[in-house]
Design a protein. Structure first.
Length: 623
């Protein structure tokens, strides 16, 4: 069966399933309209009053994805291609959102920026995160620097960690055993092991949560070769969160975390300097702790989010490097609500970033910002804001956003039209300013301007359909020739995203999305022009759940490192299955998954190994 036939068959299956499900729907209504989104405004607003198509990954979806990594789960959403997660476990991850790259994606953990300014990519490494510690994820796409600052150009991924149990003491234990094999070697040996244990509770005004997790994966070589060696990956996660409610108005949350992974990697040994099996290694270690006091008063809240992060990264190869970095991030803001129509946030975001090169180098950001949300009683909504970025190296830079929307009632739902015009910035990182290879202290920030327009239709009986067109223009893009410099030419990307959700009764949920990305100027590696994701989940009973997932990734351009010529990688289709069963009053959950069911043989990255059919079996115990 060729790829086009597969795609056509799956689309027909999805359409026929939807048609059948709609005929079988009972009178039970799924209340979708009261869904609350936060990330696009930092206020809790109903989805119908939001001017964006916010992607919300709920705790229920995370629980129905146990055995996956966080990058695999996020990679099923519209507009997003996380490259590298289908290959050997330790491969670098590329965040290609709307034709962008890693440094244009900002990641927040519990509202605090965690991007690493000492790395060339200026990103946060999702390989450090254990999905089992996460409560929910919200994703907004497009320029969002007015609210979130540096790097919020193509997407903001807002990760919320798990909260403490309301009981005095509660515990959870998870273990997953799986295979890790290629298309050519289906040995079904246990090569992937994930464990997580957590304890949490609440006693009077005090709440706590502590968790430990580890993951070990063996069995694949990063380089695709005739006699591959195994490149192992191991990760450890330790998290502690403490909260104290001093009185009705004042509460304090503190946290500490230690995350570390190490992986064998393949490289470019001398004298050939071609990609091959080597004994190279890479280690990344991150320590974070912080405090977040909150003062609640009538119609408002004043909050300070503070975090200190220490990062150590080391590559052992023919081109060995060591990075030691520290950062302090403080975000102090006041949120105030006027009569449930006007919502305002005024704040100051400060960041101090240091890294050791030939000597210790640093820069600071001090950004005051303002954002206003207006929610009318006649359908008009407006989200607008501005931020003045003050950088210790290049000076000041102003960004702003305007995001209107209008919704009307349609029977038991609504129809919404929305648009936005927003600018964002990507500050040069420490490596580009002061690093070992071609630093340039005179770099300007990259500038992104994004225009969006879209429609959304949503009903109470569980149907949502949305589409958005986007056009993103890049200026002063930081490139590398003999040194880092700002490009003289502009670059632009445009495309559109379609999303559909069908929740039929209580039991059947169908989600599908399609992304079209067109590079108007230049060439971008590994960005598919077409991408489709479809998920069908069915609850046979309160305790039994099964899902079918499909992903189509269109052809992409990649670089052949042996010839330094661009080549086209063929499209591919992946099918996954998941099943779970709860036992003993929902205290015990057994689950299993099969990924790449039809053992598709393809290249995700030219010259790199990809995963074939793999099986996971897991156990989750809640006490």
């Amino acid at each position: 069966m060729n790829k086009k036939t597969k795609v056509f068959g799956v689309l027909c299956l999805g359409l026929s399933t939807v048609g059948f499900a709609q005929k079988q729907a009972d009178s039970t209504k799924v209340e979708q309209l009261d869904e609350v989104v936060i990330t696009d405004s930092r206020f809790e607003l109903k989805r119908e009053n939001s001017g964006k198509t916010v992607i919300k990954i709920s705790n229920k979806e995370i629980e129905n994805s146990q055995g996956r990594t966080i990058s695999e789960l996020i990679n099923t959403k519209s507009g997003i291609e996380i490259n590298g997660n289908r290959s050997a476990e330790g491969n670098n991850l590329g965040y290609y959102v709307r034709g962008g790259n890693n440094r244009q994606v900002l990641i927040l953990i519990d509202g605090i920026q965690v991007n690493d300014a000492s790395g060339v990519a200026n990103d946060f490494d999702l390989r450090l995160i254990d999905l089992n510690t996460i409560e929910s994820i919200e994703i907004i796409k497009g320029a969002a620097s007015t609210l979130y600052g540096n790097a919020a150009a193509t997407a903001v991924i807002n990760i919320t960690t798990k909260k403490s149990s309301k009981d005095e003491i509660s515990a959870s234990f998870l273990t997953v055993v799986g295979t890790n094999q290629t298309q050519d070697d289906l040995n079904y040996n246990g090569s992937s092991f994930t464990n997580n244990v957590s304890v949490s509770g609440t006693s009077n005004k005090f709440n706590y949560l502590a968790s430990f997790g580890n993951r070990f994966v063996d069995g694949l070589s990063a380089a695709k070769s005739e006699n591959p060696e195994k490149d192992a990956f191991s990760r450890y996660n330790t998290n502690i969160k403490l909260g104290y409610q001093i009185n009705k108005t004042v509460e304090i949350t503190t946290f500490a975390s230690y995350d570390k992974f190490k992986t064998d990697i393949d490289g470019f040994p001398a004298p050939a300097y071609t990609f091959a099996d080597t004994n190279d290694k890479y280690t990344s270690e991150q320590t974070r702790f912080g405090i977040a006091p909150k003062f609640n008063y009538q119609n408002g809240v004043f909050q300070v989010n503070t975090a200190f992060t220490k990062i150590n990264r080391e590559t052992i190869s023919d081109f060995s490097t060591i990075h030691e970095a520290e950062s302090i991030v403080i975000d102090a803001f006041n949120k105030y609500t006027f009569n449930n129509k006007f919502y305002t946030i005024v704040g100051v975001n400060y960041g101090d970033y240091k890294s050791l090169f030939a000597q210790e180098e640093s820069f600071t950001n001090t950004d005051p910002y303002l954002n206003v949300v207006y929610v009318s009683d006649f359908g008009l909504n407006l989200n607008a804001g501005t931020r003045l970025n003050n950088h210790s190296e290049y000076g000041s830079h102003l960004v702003y956003s305007l995001n209107p929307s209008y919704n009307i009632k349609v029977k038991d739902g609504y129809a919404k039209a929305f648009g936005s015009y927003a600018t964002s910035f990507i500050a040069p990182n420490l490596s580009q300013l002061f690093g070992f290879f071609g630093p340039n202290p005179d770099l300007k920030p990259e500038e992104n301007t994004t225009i969006e327009g879209g429609l959304e239709f949503n009903t109470k009986d569980g149907f949502r359909l949305s589409g958005v067109f986007f056009n993103r223009k890049e200026e002063h893009t930081i490139i590398y020739s003999t040194m880092y410099e700002n490009a003289l030419d502009e670059a632009s990307v445009q495309g559109f995203e379609l999303e559909a959700e069908f929740n039929v009764g209580k039991d059947l949920a169908i989600n599908s999305n399609y992304t079209f990305t067109e590079l108007k100027d230049g060439v971008r590696l590994r960005v598919p022009k077409h991408k489709v994701n479809t998920s069908i989940g069915y609850s046979f009973s309160e305790n039994t759940f099964a899902s079918f997932n499909y992903q189509f990734v269109g052809s992409r351009t990649d670089l052949d490192l042996s010839t330094f010529q661009n080549v086209e990688l063929e499209s591919f289709s992946l099918f996954d299955l998941y099943f779970s069963q709860k036992l003993i009053k929902n205290k015990v959950k057994l689950f299993t998954s099969i990924t790449n069911v039809f053992n598709e043989d393809y290249f995700e990255i030219l010259g790199y190994t990809t995963k074939g059919r793999n099986v996971n079996i897991g156990l989750n115990i809640s006490l």
